[in-house]
Design a protein around this ligand. Structure first.
Ligand SMILES: NC(=O)c1ccc[n+]([C@@H]2O[C@H](COP(=O)([O-])OP(=O)(O)OC[C@H]3O[C@@H](n4cnc5c(N)ncnc54)[C@H](O)[C@@H]3O)[C@@H](O)[C@H]2O)c1
Length: 337
C-alpha cells in the first residue's frame, strides 16, 4: 500500500483538528474524503484542505473505493453504528472516545471488530500518545518507582466553557464517562490492573443545572484496584485557570508527577499580577501532539499490518468502569465490580 487514503467524519471541535492533522501532519496518509451533515462547513473545509471527495451522508462515504480507512470524530451516540457499517464495508477504523454511550453498544462494536480480523480498529485514548505520559509509563513499566501505591488523576475543564458543558450534560453520559474516561484508561494502563471497588462523591457546587442529569459540576471517586493500588480520580467543569489535566503516581521507590503545575509553555510572566505561568486553554492545545501521534500509530498499523495496543475491549472496559463510578455517585454506596 502506498498512502493510506483516509475519510474523516465530523468536523466539529476535535474533528477539524484531526482533519487538518491528516491533511498535513501524518506520514503515509492522505485526506481523501470528508463527511459532515453541515454542508457549508464541509465544502469550505474540503476546499481549504484540498480534499477530493465530500459526503454529507456517512453511508455514501463508506462505499467510496478511494477510501481505505475511516476516522470517526462524529457525535458519541453514532460511533458504534458507524464502526460496524465502516468495517462491514471493508474499511479500517479509528474511533474517537467513547466507544459507545452504553455498555451494550460497546459489546456490539466488539462483535464488529471480531468479525473483521484483517482490518485495523483503534480507539482514541490519546493521552497514551502524549510524550510526558509515555515517558512516565516507560519508567513505571521499568520498575523505576517500585510498586505503584497510589494513582491520582485530575481532569478539569475551564469555567469559561461552562455554558457548552451544561447544554451537553443530558447527552454526555455524565462526567465520569465524558471526562474521567481518559483518567480511567490511564489508571488501567499505568497499574496494569483492574478495579475491585469504587466509592464516589461530588455535587453541583456552582451550577445546579447538572443535577437535572443526575450529574455534578465536580465529582470524584476512590477505587481499590485488584493489585491493591489506591486510585483517586477527580473531574470538574469549573477550573478558574484553564484546562487542567494532572496525574501523580506514588510508588514504593519513587513518585512521578505529570503536569502537576499545568502550563501552556515555558514562558513566565512577571507583571502587576506577580510572577506566573499561563495554563493550556483546552484539550486541543494541551494534547496537540498526542492527537497527531495517535492517528500516526493507526496509519502505521495499517501500513505495517499490525494491531494497535489500544483495543476495542479497552473501550468497553473503560465504559463499564465509568458507568459503575456513576452508579456509585448516584447511590452513595460502595460498589464492588
Ligand atoms: N479524545 C478527546 O480528548 C476528545 C475531545 C473532544 C471530543 N472527543 C470526542 O470526539 C467526538 C466529537 O466531539 P466534538 O467535540 O468534536 O463534537 P462537535 O459537536 O463539536 O462536532 C460534531 C460534528 O459532527 C457533525 N455530525 C453530526 N452528525 C453527523 C452525521 N450523522 N454524520 C456526519 N457528521 C455529523 C456535526 O455537524 C459536527 O460538525 C465525540 O465523540 C467526543 O466524545 C474526544
Amino acid at each position: 500500500m502506498n498512502k493510506v487514503r483516509v475519510g474523516s467524519v465530523g468536523l466539529g471541535r476535535l474533528g477539524m483538528q484531526h482533519a487538518e492533522n491528516i491533511a498535513g501532519r501524518i506520514q503515509n496518509a492522505e485526506l481523501a474524503a470528508l463527511c459532515d451533515v453541515d454542508k457549508p462547513k464541509l465544502e469550505e473545509t474540503a476546499k481549504r484542505l484540498g480534499v477530493q471527495y465530500r459526503f454529507s451522508i456517512f453511508e455514501e462515504m463508506i462505499t467510496c473505493k478511494d477510501v481505505d480507512a475511516i476516522v470517526l470524530v462524529s457525535p458519541s451516540a453514532l460511533h458504534t453504528r458507524q464502526i460496524a457499517a465502516a468495517m462491514n464495508a471493508g474499511k479500517h477504523v479509528f474511533s474517537e472516545k467513547p466507544l459507545g454511550v452504553t455498555v451494550a453498544e460497546c459489546k456490539e462494536a466488539e462483535k464488529a471488530v471480531e468479525a473483521h480480523p484483517d482490518l485495523v480498529f483503534m480507539l482514541g485514548f490519546m493521552r497514551r500518545f502524549d510524550e510526558s505520559y509515555k515517558y512516565a509509563h516507560d519508567k513505571v513499566a521499568a520498575g523505576e518507582i517500585g510498586k505503584p501505591i497510589l494513582f491520582r488523576s485530575y481532569s478539569q475543564d475551564p469555567e469559561k466553557f461552562i455554558a457548552g458543558s451544561i447544554a451537553f450534560a443530558p447527552f454526555s453520559g455524565g462526567e465520569f464517562l465524558d471526562m474521567a474516561v481518559h483518567d480511567i484508561d490511564l489508571a488501567r494502563w499505568f497499574t496494569g490492573s483492574e478495579p475491585e471497588t469504587v466509592y464516589a462523591i461530588g455535587g453541583c457546587y456552582a451550577h445546579p443545572e447538572f443535577a437535572v442529569s443526575n450529574d455534578g459540576d465536580n465529582v470524584s471517586c476512590l477505587l481499590k484496584f485488584k493489585n491493591d493500588c489506591m486510585v483517586f480520580l477527580f473531574a470538574g467543569r469549573t477550573a478558574p485557570h484553564g484546562y487542567n489535566v494532572e496525574t501523580e503516581i506514588i510508588g514504593t521507590k519513587g513518585i512521578l508527577r505529570i503536569a502537576s503545575v499545568p502550563q501552556k509553555n515555558l514562558v513566565e510572566i512577571l507583571d502587576s499580577y506577580g510572577v506566573r505561568k499561563e495554563c493550556s486553554e483546552n484539550f486541543l492545545e494541551r494534547f496537540d501532539t498526542a492527537y497527531v501521534n495517535e492517528v500516526q500509530e493507526f496509519v502505521n498499523c495499517i501500513v505495517e499490518k499490525r494491531k494497535p495496543l489500544v483495543t476495542v475491549y479497552d473501550g468497553t472496559r473503560v465504559s463499564e468502569i465509568a458507568y459503575t463510578c456513576k452508579a456509585a455517585f448516584e447511590t452513595g454506596e460502595l460498589i464492588r465490580f
